[in-house]
Design a protein around this ligand. Structure first.
Ligand code: BGP
Length: 463
C-alpha cells in the first residue's frame, strides 16, 4: 500500500514531558527535601545503581541550552512540574524568592523560544515536612498544597496558560499504599482511599483558587488511564473488567470531569468499610470545580479475567479481590519495562473520553517507551532508536484516526525529552528523544529526536 500523509490539526501541540524531581536536580535555591530523599535515606538499595535525585538531568543549571534542544527536536510545547519543595522548602510558610526567580526565568526563556510551558503542580513529590504530617492522608496537607498552587498562579500566571493540578493521582495510592514503590510504602488500601479522596479534593480546591485569579489560561488534571479489556466475553470476565476499570480509571476520571463518583464504586467501598472521611462541603467543592482540560497518559492496556481463586476473607481488602490480571498470548511487549505495547488502546481511550466524558478538550500527556542499554544502538555517535520512531508512528496513526472521528485531542507529548530519572529505576530505562551521558551530562539528539523535528515541522508524517 502507498504510504499516505497523516496530517494533524493546525496548531497541534508537539512536545514532551518530565517532572521536577526527575530532571531538575537539587540546584542552589535551598530546595527542601522530598519523599524521595526520605526513601533514599531509608532504602538506598532500592534505587537502581544507587542513583538518587540529587543531580538527575541537571535541568536546573542547563535549562537555557536545553530549551535550544527542545527547539531542535520540534517542541512547540513542553510539560514540566513546579516543585512544591523548591517553592516552599517546608511545604508551607515562607516562599523562596530564589525558587520564584528560577522558575520565572526558565518559563520566560521557554516562551521567548516559542515553546508553550505546560505546568503541572504535583508529580509524586511531597515535601518531607508534609510527609511527616502524614502526606495526603492528612487534610492539613491539602490546605498547604492549595496555598502552594495559589502562589504559583500568582507568581507565574502571566507565563503559563496550561495548568495541571496533578500528574497521575492514582500513583501515590498505588505506589504508597498498595504496591510498595512510593513512600510511605505501606500496604493498606483504606488509607489509600483516603489519599485518593484528598488528592481529588485538593485538585478541586486548586481549581477553585485558580478561578479567583481570573487568569487567561486553563486548568486540568493528568490521569494515567488504561483501557481495560476482559479476557473473553464470558460475563464473569466482563464483570471483572468492569471492576478493574472502576478502581483504576473511573475512580479519578468521573470526579475530575463530571464532579461525581461512580455509584458502583461508592457501593463497593461502603460494602468493604473503606469509605474515606469527608464533608458535604468537600463533595460540593468537587462538583463545582471540574477540570477544563484533561491530560491522558497512556502506556499500556489493562487485561483482566475473573478471579481464579477464592479470596481470603481475613486478608485486608485490595481491588484485585474482584479480578486477576491476564497476559494475552502473543501480545507485543516491552521487556525492559514489562509493559504491553498495544497501540489501538490510545484510540479506544480517546473514543471513551469523546463518548462518555463530553468530548472534553484533551491531549496525550505521556506516551513512551523505556529501553535499557541504549548504547547498544549507537552508530556514529547517535542512538539509532528506530524502535522508538516506530512506537511513536504506530500510536500516532491511531491517534490520527481518533481525531478524524471527532475526538477533541489537541496534542501529543512524548515521555520524555532528554533521558531522565525514573522512580527507583533511575537511569535504567531510557525514554528520551535526546540521550544523556550520566558521567558528563552531555546531551546528544537521538534518531527519534530528528524524526520528531520533521514530524512537528510538517505537522504529520507518511505512514
Ligand atoms: C509515568 C510517570 C512518569 C514516568 C513514566 C515512565 O507513570 O508519570 O513520571 O516516570 O511513567 O515510567 P517509569 O519511569 O516508571 O519507567
Amino acid at each position: 500500500m502507498q504510504p499516505r500523509f497523516l496530517a494533524f490539526p493546525q496548531g497541534f501541540w508537539w512536545g514532551s514531558a518530565w517532572s521536577a524531581e526527575q530532571a531538575e536536580g537539587r540546584g542552589n535555591t535551598g530546595k527542601g527535601r522530598t519523599q524521595w530523599d526520605m526513601s533514599w535515606d531509608r532504602d538506598p538499595h532500592r534505587f537502581y545503581h544507587g542513583v538518587n535525585t540529587d543531580i538527575t538531568t541537571d535541568f536546573f543549571h542547563r535549562y537555557r541550552d536545553d530549551i535550544q534542544l527542545m527547539k531542535q527536536t520540534g517542541h512547540n510545547s513542553f510539560r514540566l512540574s513546579i516543585s512544591w519543595a523548591r517553592l516552599f522548602p517546608q511545604g508551607d510558610g515562607e516562599i523562596s524568592p530564589a525558587a520564584v526567580a528560577f522558575y520565572r526565568d526558565m518559563l520566560q526563556e521557554m516562551n521567548a523560544n516559542g515553546i508553550k510551558p505546560f505546568a503541572n503542580l504535583y508529580h509524586f513529590d511531597m515535601p518531607e515536612a508534609m510527609m511527616l504530617k502524614g502526606g495526603w492522608e492528612n487534610r492539613e496537607v491539602v490546605a498547604a498544597y492549595v496555598n502552594f498552587c495559589d502562589a504559583c498562579f500568582r507568581e507565574f500566571g502571566d507565563l503559563v496558560f496550561h495548568w495541571f493540578t496533578f500528574n497521575e493521582p492514582l500513583g501515590p495510592v498505588l505506589g504508597g499504599y498498595m504496591e510498595d514503590f512510593h513512600y510511605p510504602n505501606v500496604i493498606d488500601f483504606k488509607r489509600g482511599v483516603q489519599v485518593g479522596f484528598h488528592t481529588l479534593l485538593a485538585s478541586a480546591l486548586a481549581i477553585k483558587a485558580f478561578k479567583t485569579h481570573q487568569l487567561p489560561g486553563k486548568i486540568g488534571i493528568i490521569l494515567n488511564l488504561s483501557p481495560t479489556y476482559p479476557r473473553s466475553e464470558h460475563p464473569a470476565d466482563v464483570q471483572a473488567a468492569k471492576y478493574a476499570d472502576l478502581f483504576y480509571n473511573r475512580s479519578f476520571l468521573d470526579p475530575a470531569v463530571k464532579g461525581t463518583f461512580p455509584p458502583e464504586l461508592v457501593d463497593t467501598l461502603r460494602r468493604h468499610d473503606l469509605m474515606p472521611q469527608y464533608t458535604e462541603q468537600d463533595l460540593q467543592d468537587i462538583r463545582d470545580n471540574r477540570v477544563q482540560i484533561l491530560g491522558l497518559n497512556y502506556y499500556e492496556p489493562r487485561r483482566v479475567k475473573a478471579r481464579a481463586s477464592a479470596v481470603n476473607p481475613d486478608a485486608p481488602f485490595m481491588p484485585d479481590w474482584y479480578f486477576d490480571s491476564y497476559v494475552m498470548p502473543g501480545r507485543k511487549f516491552n521487556p525492559h519495562r514489562g509493559w504491553e505495547i498495544y497501540e489501538k488502546g490510545i484510540y479506544d481511550l480517546c473514543v471513551d473520553i469523546r463518548d462518555n466524558y463530553g468530548n472534553i478538550e484533551a491531549f496525550i500527556s505521556e506516551s513512551g517507551m523505556g529501553v535499557a542499554n541504549e548504547e547498544r544502538f549507537i552508530r556514529e555517535g547517535q542512538v539509532q532508536d528506530v524502535y522508538r520512531i516506530g512506537f511513536i508512528q504506530n500510536h500516532l496513526a491511531y491517534l490520527h484516526q481518533a481525531i478524524q472521528e471527532g475526538c477533541n485531542i489537541k496534542g501529543y507529548h512524548l515521555w520524555t525529552f532528554i533521558d531522565c530519572w525514573s522512580w527507583i529505576n533511575a537511569y535504567k530505562n531510557r525514554y528520551g528523544l535526546v540521550s544523556l551521558d550520566l558521567a558528563t551530562q552531555q546531551r546528544t539528539v537521538k534518531k527519534s529526536g530528528e524524526f520528531y523535528k520533521a514530524l512537528s515541522d510538517e505537522n504529520g508524517f507518511y505512514f
